[in-house]
Design a protein around this ligand. Structure first.
Ligand SMILES: Cc1cc2nc3c(=O)[nH]c(=O)nc-3n(C[C@H](O)[C@H](O)[C@H](O)COP(=O)(O)OP(=O)(O)OC[C@H]3O[C@@H](n4cnc5c(N)ncnc54)[C@H](O)[C@@H]3O)c2cc1C
Length: 210
């Protein structure tokens, strides 16, 4: 894989079986297929027509209720309360779509189930397992204190820990799936655990908070 940053495209055209992308600086790339990954826009037209509150997504509360009695919503299209910032946000991951849907149904059935997720997602890229959880963007500016690597990131087998003051707000794990599960638990239940302890690769994470 060859990553190119800071490139401005002049044009992308189909030429027979090829797609040809030309940069403003004249460089040219040819491919079988071009994929535009430009972010997401929630499809809220139906909700708007139904009179639900919509603000960059269908607004729901912690019970997954929309602004209309008896109508609940779950998944990418919802904007839900952000536990750290106090405003609302969308979570665009499979785990949220599944878990929020379960909470929505339980609440509809009369089983009070507040939904306060620690968002997480996982992916496999070129044989490397990537897992993220929490709110890394809420970390202090990514410096010495904001982002601490537990080990050595160049090994492609380490977690990065994101901090906001003395609170662990998220993690990004390259490899280490077992450590990721422990860190997810710590972000959710013991976010004020000691930074130096967590950052030390010699610390067994299973004992933290237990
Ligand atoms: C390329 C790509 C890669 C991804 N990779 C990952 C990943 O590695 N890990 C991860 O956790 N997540 C990943 N995601 C995100 C994940 O796919 C979504 O979070 C998940 O699918 C959300 O589920 P959902 O049910 O909320 O919405 P969707 O899966 O988008 O389903 C919504 C459905 O509603 C339908 N719909 C919309 N409007 C109407 C209407 N008016 N009437 C009837 N039907 C309607 C749509 O057609 C769609 O079928 C990826 C997404 C993309 C696009």
């Amino acid at each position: 894989m060859d990553l190119q940053f800071g490139v401005r495209l002049a044009e992308v055209v189909r030429n027979g079986d090829e797609v040809v992308a030309t940069a403003e600086d004249g460089r040219v790339w040819r491919a079988d297929l071009a994929v535009a990954a430009l972010g997401m826009v929630p499809e809220t037209e139906l909700a708007e027509r139904a009179g639900l509150d919509v603000a960059d997504g269908v607004v729901v509360d912690q019970r997954c209720h929309t602004s209309a009695p008896g109508i609940s919503a779950a998944g990418d299209v919802t904007v839900q309360p952000h536990p750290l910032r106090g405003d609302r946000y969308r979570i665009e991951h499979l785990g949220n779509a599944q878990d929020q849907a379960v909470a929505a149904v339980r609440n509809l059935l009369g089983v009070p189930t507040p939904y306060t997720p620690v968002p997480w997602s996982a992916s496999e890229q070129y044989g490397v397992r990537l897992q993220l959880c929490g709110w890394p963007a809420a970390a202090d500016a990514y410096g010495e204190r904001g982002c601490v690597v537990r080990g050595d990131m160049s090994t492609l087998d380490s977690p990065a820990l994101f901090w906001n003051r003395d609170r662990l707000v998220g993690t990004a794990c390259v490899g280490r799936p077992a450590e990721f599960e422990e860190l997810r638990r710590i972000v959710a239940n013991h976010p004020h655990a000691d930074l130096d302890l967590l950052a030390d690769p010699a610390t067994g994470l299973a004992v933290v908070g237990r």
